[in-house]
Write a protein that binds this ligand. Structure first.
Ligand code: F6R
Length: 624
């Protein structure tokens, strides 16, 4: 959601900003714009639609070549996604330009106040009030009066305005009278600083500037940052120097490019063996002892945990469902799973011995963040599983397990999901180790099975042609169903979600045992049904699902069965068989999900959809 870029340095700001916006496209947006300070006025261009539309008008506007500027991709919240509401927003005299991510909750009051003092608003956005407030503030704050360290009044003005704003906001601002500085502010929405040599950057995430630097600074809550070409100054909203954390990004620009694939999603599906292997890497000793470096909770604290609640949204929620099966089985600690958007509204029972685990690829999902804040207020410990270093969710958690999937650019999560599932297993095994509910050699054996998974995924990727052919055969389907049992149930839900979000066709996932309680009424002649068959090791489950397959086949369903190598019991009832490598039952989601991802991606491509940026969706959902 909303991508922001700011730059000051020796390059053409327009080039840097447009390049940064391109790398942030994956966040999802519906309009875009840029602003550059030039000869005492802001030169800007903005346009509804994709960046290619903005490119189209940049030539007409002949924007100047200057060394500082800001840019934005907007995901509409207040006001329709049209040219007028696109960012940047300017004050009446075109002196300042503002871009914003988040929602300013008191904007109506501020807007009334500004209008009654003669300001005319040109858009329906909450953001525009900031440009007007800033202009008033700048007129009140002569440059000479500003603090020496920054040598400019713009940070003072931004701080004064921020103190008046309620809600969530990342703001980035340029002032035509002070072109050597770009100022950012952050409350609840993401913003990171990139430190270059004779140049500095601001971005919604590091992808915005990864081409130029991998040295980044995390900003905390309620901080204002002023960047010039050779300095970065961070304060709180009252101007007091603020503490920040510097870090080095462990992936480079090539990880954020398509590398020969048609879609980022295809590349990310192909990177899954690596994502799984990297997430396991360095987390256990040769003796099989697990070591989680970022586990900031002591063993004593973990031993006292008597309830676990795993919270997440969307695909990450399905990883949470898998976590429940594994954690309860290995630790015997009760584990609940809850949608982040529901959690804090139901008065959950939490105390010091509850461990709340949140799962988020982006680390910025607002529903999940608010759930964390609520849990911590109730004195629960919070551990986050996250793929994005420096993002808000791990920063606000007591402990973190990072997944090492690398940047996930396609809106639909794939490698992020598999890496989350691995991190959930690591957490479950670590708890089992600390609580003594599993012997070391049992943990070692599961780790050894996990280490074999990347090869299994690779085999599925190598055999993907049959899944592609199947997608071509089913391209005209109006509805596709997915069934699973045990950990196959979240896999079915994930298969259905991928298809809905990418192919825009009706898809639903069910627990296979629930079929007879209602959903079986959906089965009619020819409806495709994917069935995830549990490994033979779970013979009870396996027998039951074989009956489920018979039931739907008898009613005309076209059955596509995902079943492990060597299991032929279901073959007589399958119209199509997709073979899975043999793995322990609890680990099956790591392989069974892969053909479903490929199927959804292929089918969406055949329908001519934008696979990486499906309609109406954003990568980081930073509003509730
Ligand atoms: C689906 C998808 C979304 C995310 C959800 C949570 O493919 O990507 O459902 O899983 O928005 O996002 P994170 O994990 O960033 O909190």
């Amino acid at each position: 959601m909303c991508g922001i870029v700011g730059y000051v340095g020796h390059r053409s700001a327009l080039d840097v900003v447009m390049g940064g916006l391109r790398r942030l496209e994956y966040r999802g947006y519906d309009s875009a714009g840029v602003a550059l300070p030039h000869e005492g006025r802001i030169a800007s261009a903005k346009k509804a639609g994709k960046l290619v539309n903005l490119d189209g008008i940049l030539a007409e506007h002949s924007l100047p070549t200057v060394g500082s500027g800001i840019g934005h991709t907007r995901w509409a919240t207040h006001g329709a996604p049209n040219d007028r509401n696109a960012h940047p927003h300017l004050d009446a005299g075109s002196r300042v330009a503002v871009v914003h991510n988040g929602i300013i909750e008191n904007f109506a009051t501020l807007r009334d106040e500004l209008e009654s003092s003669g300001h005319e608003m040109l858009s329906e956005t909450d953001t525009e009030v900031v440009a007007h407030l800033l202009r008033d503030e700048l007129d009140r704050t002569p440059v000479a009066s500003s603090d020496e360290a920054e040598g400019t009044a713009l940070p003072d003005a931004v701080r004064a305005v921020c103190r008046r704003l309620e809600g969530a906001f990342t703001l980035v601002i340029t002032d035509a009278e002070q072109p050597d500085v770009v100022v950012g502010a952050r409350r609840n929405s993401p913003l990171v600083v990139g430190r270059g040599d004779g140049e500095n950057f601001l971005g919604s995430d590091v992808a915005a500037f990864i081409e130029y630097t991998r040295d980044a600074i995390e900003l905390g809550q309620d901080q204002v940052v002023a960047i010039t070409s050779d300095d970065v100054v961070v304060t709180d909203f009252d101007g007091r120097p603020a503490e920040t954390t510097e870090y080095h990004v462990d992936w480079d620009v090539s990880a954020a490019e398509k590398g020969g694939f048609d879609w980022f999603m295809l590349k990310e599906i192909a990177e899954q063996p690596q994502a799984v292997a990297d997430t396991l890497l360095g987390r256990h000793s040769a003796a099989g002892l697990l070591q989680l470096d970022e586990m900031r909770l002591s063993d004593d604290e973990l031993r006292n945990v008597d309830k676990i609640i795993v919270i997440a949204c969307g695909t990450s929620f399905y990883a949470a469902m898998v976590a429940k099966y594994a954690i309860e089985h290995w630790t015997r600690v009760p584990c609940e799973v809850e949608l982040a958007s529901e959690f804090r509204y139901r008065d959950p029972i939490l105390d010091r011995s509850t461990l709340v685990v949140t799962i988020s690829q982006s680390g910025e999902t607002m529903d999940t963040l608010q759930a964390i804040r609520y849990a911590r207020q109730q004195r629960a410990r919070v551990l986050s599983i996250c793929n994005t270093n420096g993002s808000t969710i791990p920063r606000e958690s007591d402990a973190v397990i990072y997944t090492h999937a690398g940047p996930e650019i396609a809106v639909a999560s794939t490698k992020g999901f598999l890496a989350q599932v691995v991190a959930c297993y690591l957490l479950g095994l670590y708890l089992a180790q600390v609580k003594g509910t599993k012997y070391g050699d049992e943990i070692g054996a599961i780790i050894a099975e996990l280490e074999r998974i990347p090869a299994g995924i690779q085999r599925l990727l190598d055999d993907a042609d049959q899944v592609r052919t199947l997608a071509a055969e089913l391209v005209d389907s109006r509805s596709i169903l997915f069934l699973g049992r045990h950990v196959g149930f979240p896999v079915a839900l994930e298969g259905a979600l991928k298809l809905k979000e990418l192919a825009y066709i009706h898809a639903e996932g069910f627990a296979a045992g629930e079929l007879k309680h209602g959903p079986i009424a959906l089965i009619e002649e020819g409806v495709p049904v994917f069935v995830v068959v549990p490994p033979r090791a779970r013979d009870q489950l396996q027998e039951k699902i074989v009956s489920n397959i018979q039931e739907i086949r008898a009613r005309g369903a076209r059955t596509i069965v995902l079943v492990e190598d060597g299991d032929d019991d279901v073959v007589p009832y399958a119209d199509h068989v997709i073979r899975l490598p043999e793995v322990p039952t609890l680990l099956q989601p790591l392989v069974a999900t892969v053909p479903l991802q490929i199927f959804a991606c292929e089918l969406a491509g055949l329908l001519g959809h934008d696979v990486d940026q499906p309609r109406n969706l954003a990568k980081s959902v930073t509003v509730e």
